[in-house]
Design a protein around this ligand. Structure first.
Ligand code: AMP
Length: 183
């Protein structure tokens, strides 16, 4: 099974759920920048307060901050990993490529989870996180479209991209993803 993975897709596609399941079953590090940023907010630091405001608006936090978070985690972890919610734009993807070259590691597969906007919004509204109100959700989808979708082409050109239909039960989607990572 592939050991160094990246999950891509719009907010609400279920990346976190699937990443968590797969990481647990395969013993991979689940590296979710969203989770790590929310932990910083919970910690109540000055940085956390700044991050909280950015998340609440549905904007992206600075590339430098998320890169520092990802770098420190990957440097400490030599084995398999699963990146979830990072990279979010081309600058982050290029910085990740450089970081991985430095660490002599390679992304083995990128899984793109695809779902219609209607279903995404429905799922996000059902989740009830602080940044899951309709206005912020629409903005996050817009940010995804403008800043994150160029990564689809980036990873397609590298021959790493596999797309999966993210509708159905958690188990069914999980099986589809596992099938893409088998070889
Ligand atoms: P997520 O849990 O992945 O939906 O992320 C929640 C929020 O955290 C996003 O709307 C952004 O404000 C912020 N965030 C998470 N990952 C990143 C990232 N790689 N770059 C910038 N901001 C991020």
């Amino acid at each position: 099974m592939k050991q160094r993975l990246l999950f891509l897709g719009p907010p609400g596609a279920g990346k976190g759920t699937q990443a968590q399941r797969l990481a647990a079953s395969q013993g991979l590090l689940h590296l979710s920048t969203g989770d790590l940023l929310r932990a910083e907010v919970q910690a109540g630091s000055e940085l956390g307060r700044q991050v909280e405001a950015v998340i609440a608006r549905g904007e992206l936090v600075s590339d430098d901050l998320v890169l520092a978070i990802v770098r420190s985690r990957l440097e400490q972890h030599g084995q398999g990993w699963l990146l979830d919610g990072f990279p979010r734009n081309l600058a982050q993807a290029e910085a990740l490529d450089r970081l991985l070259a430095e660490l002599d590691q390679r992304i083995e597969r990128v899984v793109l989870m695809e779902l219609d906007d209607g279903l995404l919004i429905q799922r996000l509204l059902g989740r009830g996180r602080a940044d899951d109100n309709e206005q912020v959700i629409r903005h996050r989808l817009e940010v995804y479209r403008q800043q994150t979708t160029p990564l689809i082409e980036h990873y397609r050109q590298l021959g790493l991209l596999e797309a999966v239909e993210a509708a159905g039960s958690v188990e069914a989607i999980g099986e589809r993803i596992s099938a893409l990572l088998a070889d």
